[in-house]
Design a protein around this ligand. Sequence first.
Ligand code: WQD
Length: 330
Amino acid sequence: MLTGGAGYIGAHTAVELINQGFEPLLIDNFSKSDRTLLKGVETIVNRKIVFLEGDCRDAVFLNTLFSKNKFDSVIHFAAYKSVKESVIHPMKYYDNNLGSMITLLQAMQQHNINEFIFSSSCTVYGQPDHIPVDEQAPFKRAESPYGATKQMCERILEDAVAANQNLKAISLRYFNPVGAHPSALIGEMPTDVPDNLVPYVTQTAAGLRPKLTVFGSDYSTPDGSCLRDFIHVVDLAQAHVKALEKINGMPTRMEAFNLGTGEGVSVLQLVKKFIEVTGVKLNYEVGSRRPGDVEKTYANADKANNLLGWKTKLSLEDALTDAWRWQKTL
Ligand code: WQD
């Protein structure tokens, strides 16, 4: 069962799961999505997908679902993910992100569903002391309520695994997911003004935004802009399939994996790469720093490579080309 299956990462993961012969059932409450990506998934895989509208905080909905269907595993994507929105509405983030996690884990235990894959984030590390950052890095104090919910959800998961000998869990810490499926039938669909860099770039290139502002050029990085690890969403989706396939062969019942390319790319480098690969004029300027931004981070993804047999295959050029192709369909 995939929660948040109508969302950006969930939809791309559904495609990769079906391609590998899995039979996912998707749920979503459409709070941050609509049916567009579900239709795109069906076109890509050329078959109907099993979907139910519902909320992970609704114990009655989950228990009914788990009574009627035998699930082997749950991949939990459903969560709010805007750093900015979480600062303005922290209780909405704690209620949704923690409430969903707790209710879901309780329902899973009641129905003896014992494989859980969690959509986590590199934001749990805050500004790491050493980069590339590995999974042993300590959790610094989260810069936002969104980041705090990801840290708390990982702790909730750890305690659930410790208390239930049957439960196995993998936490996947995404760096910066970017791009879209090469078919341009699914991609990122921000419901309002995008916080994230790449959708803002493509919307500006498409003329939907007057200009892109690069938040800060006085960081201690080669070109002064922040450093990130931009990972193609299809590579990211395939990591979930690998996690599902390998969850029974992990060293312990709770493992975390960084999912990134292992390469740091600056915001300005990405902007220039976008212009180069698309040939599109992009109106951008350098402005002041965005509060709460981590200066530089990128992944040490060796653990995922060694234990999951996974590493990224697609490039930043692929991601930016795919993101632009998707934007032009909107
Ligand atoms: C990346 C860089 C901005 C927009 C967050 C979460 C992470 C994950 C991705 C959800 C930063 C700069 C951005 C713009 C800019 N969660 N930027 N102009 O903050 O690294 O990570 O989103 O998916 O868990 O923490 O991603 O894309 O917002 O920003 O200059 O218009 O791009 O300052 O340096 P971030 P982002």
